[in-house]
Design a protein around this ligand. Structure first.
Ligand SMILES: Cc1cc2nc3c(=O)[nH]c(=O)nc-3n(C[C@H](O)[C@H](O)[C@H](O)COP(=O)(O)OP(=O)(O)OC[C@H]3O[C@@H](n4cnc5c(N)ncnc54)[C@H](O)[C@@H]3O)c2cc1C
Length: 414
């Protein structure tokens, strides 16, 4: 069997894989190979970025290409429930850093990132499926078994480091028995793209719109405008809840939209040009994000929930942390992967988790839809979290997120 050698092997060319490759190729000239099972461009869900992710795109040297593409500008998030409405402007936030970002069709966005990784000298191979991995403790190398999907030939890649960026395929968690169940119930998303035909006066296209079902606080819709007159539309609910609704996913989506007057009004002239899709049981976790010669990036590690659009930000943060650990290693510096990668990453993921839990308990909605005009500082702190700054410990709503959210909710509902 043929054997190829590289310093770093990345499994998957989505945002976490491409950004890791970009950072590794910046100044340090690491040898990087990406193996991607699919051909690009390919559809992916996850289309609303958070401003925090721009820092990692910039770190990977990919900012110019992303900015110049002409994606839909994004500067905030809007929340609607019954007759209540609140907009957060990410430029008015507690944390320092980017206050704007983009809403992207992922086929184009992921293609741009992978083109940038190629431009920077990463060796990217498509239609290559990773099948197995073995670690040799003596030589401190991984031997990865791969199948070329065009010829069906198998070969091996020897690498000092393997970064698993395989998304929901979760290649290493499956191969190395790392899976642990998520604490979240099984939820399902039903989604599509629509030609929305919404009057500009009725909708700020620079913001994602999250609409809560009028009767069920844990059932919510996303409406993510693109720059081409389309929107991504989706609904999220527990799988068992959706099972009560008869019909195809398209019919279920239509019924739920029709039960939600503000959204139904916005979408009254929409047409549905592409098939409706579903994804179920996406929340996932692992025993550990690092092991001998490998680390798990993005969805291959832990995936929480789509509600705060945190997926790509977490994926890129994990890519940045792992690539910097590897760069330190080759620079001869000591690396503590548990502290510098796993614990650092998990801090922000755990912050988002607290907000996701507060969302499904209805506490977050109780805070933002309350009648009282809570103070501007608090709005800026919430805005920071919604903009992805979940690692900023100087934000009181990050540092002691749970206690302060509980206190805030008590203030809002008394
Ligand atoms: C319903 C829903 C809505 C979402 N909305 C948002 C949102 O608005 N904003 C946001 O930031 N996030 C969102 N997310 C999350 C977001 O989609 C992911 O977090 C993000 O795509 C993760 O990127 P990644 O690089 O980890 O993986 P991916 O983007 O999934 O890339 C993984 C790549 O690995 C490849 N691969 C898989 N198996 C193999 C193999 N064996 N060998 C080689 N290659 C392989 C795949 O083909 C794929 O190209 C949403 C998620 C869901 C479920």
């Amino acid at each position: 069997m043929t054997t190829v050698k590289t310093e770093v092997l990345i499994i998957g060319a989505g945002p976490s894989g491409a950004v890791a490759a970009g950072i590794l190729r910046q100044n340090h000239e690491r040898q990087v190979m990406i193996l991607e099972r699919a051909t690009f461009p390919r559809f992916s869900i996850g289309e609303s970025l958070l401003p925090q992710s721009m820092a990692y795109i910039e770190e990977a040297g990919m900012l110019k290409a992303v900015v110049e593409h002409g994606f839909q500008h994004k500067n905030g998030a809007q929340f609607a429930w019954r007759d209540k409405f609140l907009a957060f402007d990410f430029r008015k936030k507690f944390s320092a850093g980017w206050g704007t970002t983009y809403q992207v069709d992922r086929a184009s966005f992921d293609q741009i990132l992978v083109n940038e990784a190629l431009r920077q000298g990463a060796d990217v191979q498509f239609e290559q499926e990773v099948l197995g991995i073995e670690y040799n403790a003596q030589s401190k190398t991984n031997t990865v078994r791969v199948r070329d999907l065009t010829s069906q030939a198998e070969y091996t890649v020897e690498a000092d480091f393997v970064l698993d960026a395989s998304g929901f395929a979760r290649v290493l968690p499956h191969l190395l028995d790392l899976e642990v169940p998520s604490n979240f119930p099984v939820r399902q998303a039903i989604f599509t793209h629509v030609n929305d035909n919404i009057s500009p006066a009725l909708f700020d296209r620079n913001k994602i719109l999250i609409t809560v079902h009028p009767d069920f606080m844990d059932v919510w819709f996303w409406l993510i405008p693109f720059s081409n007159g389309r929107c991504s539309l989706g609904v999220v609910a527990e799988r068992d809840f959706l099972a009560q609704y008869a019909g195809t996913p398209a019919e279920q989506l239509a019924t739920l939209v029709s039960q939600t007057p503000s959204l139904a009004t916005l979408l009254q002239n929409a047409d549905y040009p592409i098939p409706v899709q579903t994804i179920t049981g996406y929340s996932a976790n692992v025993k550990s994000l690092v092991g001998d010669g490998y680390a798990l990036l993005g969805n291959a590690g832990e995936f929480l929930d789509p509600v705060f659009s945190s997926g790509i930000t977490i994926a890129m943060k994990s890519a940045s942390l792992a690539a910097n650990c590897i760069n330190k290693h080759y620079a001869g510096e000591a690396v503590n992967w548990t502290v510098d990668f796993e614990e650092t990453l998990r801090f922000g993921v755990d912050t988002f988790r607290i907000y996701v839990e507060a969302w499904y308990q209805g506490d977050f909605q109780a805070i933002i839809f309350n009648e009282r005009d809570y103070n501007n500082d608090i709005q800026m702190m919430i805005s920071s979290i919604l903009a992805g700054y979940a690692w900023d410990k100087s934000n009181p709503l990050v540092a002691k997120a749970k206690q302060r959210l509980t206190a805030l909710k008590a203030l809002c509902v008394d």
